[in-house]
Design a protein around this ligand. Structure first.
Ligand SMILES: C[S@@+](CC[C@H](N)C(=O)[O-])C[C@H]1O[C@@H](n2cnc3c(N)ncnc32)[C@H](O)[C@@H]1O
Length: 287
C-alpha cells in the first residue's frame, strides 16, 4: 500500500501562548506577505482522472460511475478515455437530469443511466473494469453490502477508485453531529480506519491511499474556479441571517446549504480530509 500526498495537520491550540513582542514584532509583515501570497503548488482535481488514465482505461472498458448524480464524470471519462460508462444513482430527479445531459453530449451514446444504490448495484457479475465512486460513499448506509456488491460487479483485477472526505480530529463532536445530519452523511463512513477495514474484509487490496487534504480546494481557489471563499461568505450569511433565511428557503434547504458551505470550508482548515483510495479486486481469491 502506498500513501502519497501530505499528512501535515499541525495540532492546533496546543502551543504555549506567544508573547506580545512576538505578536507585534516589527518587520514581520513583508515576510508573511511573501510566504502566504505564493502558491504551494496544490494538485488539482484533474489528479483523479490521471489515476484513471494510469489504469489504462480505454475503448474496451466499462466504468461504473456509482452515485454519479448528473453523469458529469461519466461524460468526462467517456470523452477522455473512449470507454463506456454506466451512471447509477438512486434519486429520480438526478437521473432525469443525467439523461438530459447525456442526450445533449456528443459522446453521450456511450453513457447509460440506471437507477439504483451501491448496496444493490444494477449490474451483472464482472460487468465493470473500474468503479468510480466520487464523493458519495459517505451516504452509504450498509458499507459491507456496498463493498461486496462492488466486488461482485468488478472483473477480477478491476479497480474501485474511491474519492471521499473523512473527518479528522479537528472536527469537534458538536460540529460532526450537525454537519452529518445536515448533509445526510452516515457517521461511520467518515472514519478512514473503518473504511479500510471494511474494504479489506470485502476482499479488496488497498493499492494506494492519497491524502489530498486541502489541495484541490486551494488549487480551485488559486485558479478562480469553484471558490471556497464564496462558500465561507455563504456560511457567514446563513449564520448571521439564520431566522430570515430559514423562513425564506425553508428549514431543510437552509440546513443543506449551510452544510454544503461548511463542507467546503472545513476541507480548507483540516476538519475534513479528502482522500483517494485505489482498491483492487485480486485476479484470484486471496491473490
Ligand atoms: C455529493 S453527490 C456526488 C455526485 C457525483 N459523484 C459527483 O462527485 O459530482 C452524491 C451522490 O450519491 C448519490 N447516492 C446517495 N446514496 C447512494 C447510494 N447508497 N448508492 C449510490 N449512490 C448514492 C446521491 O444521490 C448523489 O447523487
Amino acid at each position: 500500500m502506498i500513501a502519497t500526498g501530505v499528512v501535515a495537520c499541525p495540532p492546533m491550540g496546543q502551543a504555549e501562548a506567544i508573547t506580545l513582542d512576538e505578536m507585534y514584532h516589527p518587520g514581520g509583515a513583508d515576510a508573511v506577505n511573501r510566504a502566504l501570497n505564493r502558491s504551494y503548488h496544490p494538485r488539482s482535481h484533474g489528479l483523479v482522472f490521471e489515476i484513471v488514465d494510469d489504469l489504462d482505461i480505454g475503448p474496451a472498458d466499462v466504468v461504473l460511475d456509482i452515485g454519479g448524480r448528473y453523469a458529469a464524470h461519466s461524460l468526462a471519462m467517456v470523452e477522455m478515455f473512449g470507454c463506456r460508462a454506466v451512471c447509477v444513482d438512486p434519486v429520480d430527479s438526478n437521473n432525469e437530469r443525467a439523461r438530459t445531459a447525456v442526450a445533449e453530449h456528443p459522446a453521450g451514446s456511450r453513457v447509460s443511466i440506471r437507477r439504483g444504490v451501491m448496496e444493490d448495484i444494477p449490474g451483472s457479475d464482472g460487468e465493470f473494469d473500474l468503479i468510480f465512486s466520487h464523493d458519495m460513499f459517505f451516504h452509504v448506509v450498509d458499507a459491507d453490502r456496498a463493498l461486496a456488491e462492488g466486488h461482485r460487479v468488478l472483473k477480477p483485477g478491476g479497480h474501485l477508485l474511491v474519492y471521499q472526505l473523512f473527518a479528522t480530529d479537528l472536527l469537534e463532536p458538536g460540529e460532526r453531529a450537525r454537519l452529518y445530519a445536515d448533509v445526510a452523511v452516515v457517521p461511520e463512513r467518515m472514519e478512514p480506519d473503518d473504511f479500510e477495514r471494511r474494504a479489506s474484509k470485502a476482499g479488496f487490496t488497498i493499492e494506494m491511499i492519497d491524502i489530498v487534504g486541502s489541495e484541490f480546494r486551494e488549487a480551485s481557489e488559486e485558479d478562480g474556479t469553484n471558490l471556497t471563499s464564496r462558500q465561507l461568505l455563504y456560511a457567514a450569511r446563513l449564520l448571521r441571517e439564520s431566522t430570515a433565511l430559514r423562513a425564506e428557503l425553508g428549514e431543510s434547504e437552509y440546513r443543506v446549504e449551510l452544510g454544503n458551505a461548511l463542507w467546503g470550508v472545513y476541507q480548507m482548515i483540516g476538519k475534513l480530509e479528502p482522500r483517494i483510495y485505489l482498491l483492487r479486486k485480486p485476479t484470484a481469491p486471496n491473490a
